[in-house]
Design a protein around this ligand. Structure first.
Ligand code: UDP
Length: 326
C-alpha cells in the first residue's frame, strides 16, 4: 500500500485530499497543528486502519517513520483575516515548513506537491493570469506574508528539484469553495452564506466591482490529483475561469438562499486584488483537466453543508484562539 503524507489535513482542502487518497486505496498520514484546521473535518477517518493523524507544526522538524511515497503540503492559513492575526506563522509554514518537507521528501525519496496560490500574482496587471506572469505583489502589505511565503515556497521547491533532483509539483490554486470551509475565516463564500443564514445584510467590500473566479472543491482535488501523477514540474494554475464581480456574487447568494437580505458596502481592504481569473490552458493541455461543476450546482452543495451546522456554530463569532501559537 502506497503511503502519502498530507499536511494541513484537518483544513478545507487537506481534508478533501485525505478523503480522495483514502478512496484511492492509499495509506494516509494526516498532519496538522490545528491552528486553523478542525478535527471535525477528518473525524470520519479516525476509525480507518489506513489513516493516521499527527498533531504537529510542520514549521518545526518533521519526522514520520518508515517509507513514504508522496507528500502534499497544504498546511497554511489561507484567508486574509488569518494573515493579519497570525502573520509570523503564515510566513513560517510557507517557508520553513516547506523547507522541512522538501528535506523529508529528499530523505524518503518521495514525490512532493506543494500548494501555491493565485496570490503569487498579487493584484495582477495581466488578465487572465497565465503561469508566465511574474505578478504584482506588495511585499509589506497585509497579504505580503502569505504571498511572499508562497513565492519563496515555489523558489525553494524548484531549487530542490534542480539541485537535489527530487520530484516536485507546484499547483497554483485559485479561489476554491465547498463544504468544510471555516464559517468565520472571513472569505467571501462562507461570509455571505453565513450572513444570509443568520438573516444579516451581506457585506460587500469596496463597490463590489472586483472580480473572482470560483472553483468547486471536487474539481480542484481532481486537478491536483492529476498534476501529482503527471510529469510536469513547473507551476500549473488550477481554478475555474468563470469570473464574476463580488456585487453580482452577493446577489446570487441572496437568490440562492431565498432570503431578502440587503447588500451593504464596507471599505475595500488594502491590496485587495481588483480582478482574478485563471488561464487554465496549461492544465487543459498537460493534464487534460478542466472544471466540470458550475457555480449553481457547487453553491447548492455548499449551502447544504452550511445549513447542516448547528445554531451554536452558525452564531459563534470566531472559534479559533490563536494566542497560544508561536
Ligand atoms: N469580500 C467581500 N465581503 C466579505 C468578504 C470578502 O466583499 O464579507 C470580498 C473581498 O474584498 C475580495 C473578495 O470578496 O474582493 C474575495 O475575498 P476572499 O477573502 O474570499 O478571497 P481573496 O481576496 O483572497 O480572493
Amino acid at each position: 500500500m502506497k503511503k502519502v503524507l498530507i499536511t494541513g489535513a484537518a483544513g478545507f482542502l487537506g481534508s478533501h485530499l485525505c478523503d480522495r487518497f483514502i478512496n484511492e486505496g492509499y495509506h494516509v498520514l494526516g498532519m496538522d497543528n490545528l491552528i486553523t484546521g478542525d478535527l471535525k473535518n477528518i473525524e470520519h477517518l479516525f476509525k480507518l486502519k489506513n489513516f493516521e493523524f499527527y498533531n504537529h507544526d510542520v514549521s518545526k522538524f518533521v519526522h514520520v517513520p518508515g517509507e513514504l511515497d508522496y507528500i502534499l503540503h497544504f498546511a497554511s492559513p489561507a484567508s486574509p483575516i488569518d494573515y493579519l492575526k497570525i502573520p509570523i506563522q503564515t510566513l513560517k509554514v510557507g517557508s520553513l515548513g516547506t523547507h522541512n518537507l522538501l528535506g523529508l521528501a529528499k530523505e524518503k525519496n518521495a514525490r512532493i506537491l506543494i500548494a501555491s496560490t493565485s496570490e503569487v500574482y498579487g493584484d495582477p496587471l495581466v488578465h487572465p493570469q497565465t503561469e508566465d506572469y511574474y505578478g504584482n505583489v506588495n511585499t509589506i502589505g497585509p497579504r505580503g506574508v502569505y504571498d511572499e511565503a508562497k513565492r519563496f515556497q515555489e523558489s525553494i521547491t524548484m531549487a530542490y528539484h534542480t539541485y537535489h533532483k527530487i520530484e516536485t509539483r507546484i499547483v497554483r490554486i485559485f479561489n476554491t469553495y465547498g463544504p468544510r470551509m471555516r464559517l468565520n475565516d472571513g472569505r467571501v463564500v462562507p461570509a455571505f452564506i453565513g450572513q444570509a443564514l443568520r438573516g444579516e445584510d451581506l457585506t460587500v467590500f469596496g463597490d463590489g466591482s472586483q472580480t473572482r473566479s470560483f472553483c468547486y472543491v471536487d474539481d480542484l482535488i481532481e486537478g491536483i490529483y492529476q498534476l501529482l501523477f503527471s510529469d510536469y514540474v513547473y507551476p500549473v494554475n488550477i481554478g475555474n475561469p468563470n469570473e464574476i464581480t463580488i456585487r453580482d456574487f452577493a446577489e446570487e447568494i441572496i437568490k440562492l438562499t431565498g432570503t431578502d437580505q440587503k447588500v451593504i458596502y464596507k471599505p475595500l481592504p488594502v491590496n485587495d486584488p481588483l480582478q482574478r481569473q485563471p488561464d487554465i490552458t496549461r492544465a487543459r493541455e498537460i493534464l487534460g483537466w478542466q472544471p466540470k461543476i458550475g457555480r449553481s450546482e457547487g453553491m447548492k452543495n455548499t449551502l447544504e453543508y452550511f445549513k447542516g451546522l448547528s445554531k451554536e456554530e452558525l452564531y459563534r463569532s470566531e472559534h479559533k484562539d490563536f494566542s497560544s501559537y508561536s
